[in-house]
Design a protein around this ligand. Structure first.
Ligand code: NAD
Length: 425
């Protein structure tokens, strides 16, 4: 705490999760240190340029004006009151890679003081906070979690691009290593969000997030598998889903698509299945099956595109294929694990000429991809032998696509109610 009573919040990891939290806390009067190991990201933030769609440059400028400090220097972490860890938790060789969480805890540990608090927000398997984070913090600080400092876990539910459900109005699950820590963790998030939901243990909070994402993953796989055979049965799956969605209880709407992407669905359920296998020697079969189906969707789209071109007496070899959408979902710039990438690779291997259109993704971030990025418009749509709708961005006007494209494979149902030449998934 500073002399004037201002509390210092450190947010470790300034990404899709950490940056919005840092902005919110700066608005509320916290002294916020945004720590990130990426010097590029820190430079962008200091220059007032936000790379996260949900944070505008105006909001960032206001936070900087209020004292927000983006930094990659661990010395700036000294004297924090609260530290939130929101670093990536990816898979490596299909196994959890918690190296960023370990590194974050090692960086925070030497600056941890008595009475301060550390909360992990990164998505991870049940047991991580207590078994992995606490020992690192204890060893680096000489303190004891739950006794001399508070330790908690609170899963982030941020949904990039969602204007209705935001960080502030989405209830936030909170947990502590003991009752005293839970009280502190809840009090902190009660300042940040409108509603907190306390649960009894850290592992319950960790597993809550994995249940939420596994639920989505499995249900998307269910409609994807149904979409594939409904077509062969001569049934329109989209109309079936619309009809089922009129049931006011016991049903939740999910729609088919070309595969799942982002940091969450292709990754998080495997954290849980890994833990189950490690500890119980059993397979989490729902997750295995959902992975198989969802990971197989780009291949299914590839086959359907080839079949459509074939009907027009065109081979994939030499055909110009325009993929509409690189981001993994509508209204976001995030293209991590995007199904467009494996589809583009399959098409290129078949010697198609692949071009990609995504107005949400900054060209500079996709320099590693060997595909030309083209603007959205009738010119490019009509130039392609086939257009594949991969994402239903609001900027992809379905009337323009339907009118200009010569042939379309629509993997998102964007053109369902339009007249066009082609097919919907
Ligand atoms: N993106 C989402 O929609 C979302 C939603 C809910 C939960 N989550 C979870 O939140 C966590 C963070 O996800 P994200 O999407 O914000 O990731 P991100 O990649 O957008 O941001 C993470 C940031 O952490 C930085 N970083 C990596 N190692 C670091 C370290 N040791 N110290 C400091 N900074 C470090 C990276 O440079 C990056 O800027 C993940 O566990 C993810 O599963 C993400």
């Amino acid at each position: 705490m500073t002399d004037d009573g201002t509390r210092t919040l450190v947010v470790v990891g300034q990404g899709y999760v950490g940056l919005p939290l840092a902005m919110r806390a700066a608005q509320l009067g916290f002294r916020v240190i945004g720590f990130d190991t990426s010097a590029d990201r820190v430079r962008e933030l200091r220059a007032g340029r936000s790379y996260v769609g949900d944070v505008s440059d105006v909001e960032l400028a206001a936070a900087l004006g209020a004292g927000f400090v983006p930094t990659d220097d661990p010395a700036d972490l000294a004297g924090f009151d609260v530290a939130v860890i929101s670093v990536p938790t990816p898979l490596r060789d299909r196994m959890p890679d918690l190296s960023a969480v370990e590194q974050a805890a090692s960086t925070l540990g030497p600056h941890l003081r008595e009475g301060a608090m550390v909360v992990l927000e990164s998505t991870t398997y049940p047991g991580t906070t207590e078994e992995l984070v606490a020992p690192i913090l204890d060893a680096a600080s000489g303190l004891v979690a739950g006794e001399s400092y508070h330790l908690g876990y609170s899963p982030e539910r941020i949904d990039p691009g969602n204007r209705q459900h935001t960080l502030i109005n989405t209830p936030k699950v909170v947990a502590g290593i003991n009752a005293a820590s839970l009280k502190e963790v809840q009090a902190f998030y009660d300042c940040i969000v409108e509603q907190t939901v306390p649960v009894a243990t850290l592992a319950e909070a960790e597993m809550t997030k994995l249940l939420e994402n596994t639920f989505r993953h499995v249900n998307i796989a269910l409609v994807n598998e149904m979409a594939m055979f409904a077509r062969q049965l001569g049934v329109d799956i989209w109309r079936v889903i619309d009809a089922a969605s009129t049931k006011p209880f016991g049903f939740m709407k999910f729609t088919p698509g070309p595969g799942v992407g982002g940091h969450c669905l292709p990754v998080d359920p495997s954290y849980l299945s890994w833990r189950v296998e490690q500890h119980l020697g059993r397979k989490f079969e729902f997750v295995e099956l959902a992975n198989d189906i969802n990971e197989g969707m780009p291949l299914h789209v590839f086959e359907r595109v080839g079949a459509l071109l074939n009907e027009q007496r065109k081979p994939l070899n030499g055909s110009r294929v325009l993929l509409l959408g690189l981001a993994y979902k509508a209204a976001t710039s995030d293209w991590r694990e995007s199904p467009t990438v494996p589809l583009a690779a399959l098409l290129s291997a078949a010697k198609a000429e692949v071009v990609v259109c995504d107005p949400h993704v900054a060209p500079v971030t996709v320099q590693s991809l060997p595909y030309e990025l083209v603007p959205f418009g009738a010119d490019e749509l009509s130039r392609a032998d086939i257009v594949v709708v991969m994402v239903d961005h609001p900027s992809f006007d379905p009337d323009v696509v339907a009118a200009a494209a010569r042939l379309v494979f629509d993997a998102k149902g964007l053109l369902r109610d339009r007249d066009f030449t082609g097919e919907v998934l």
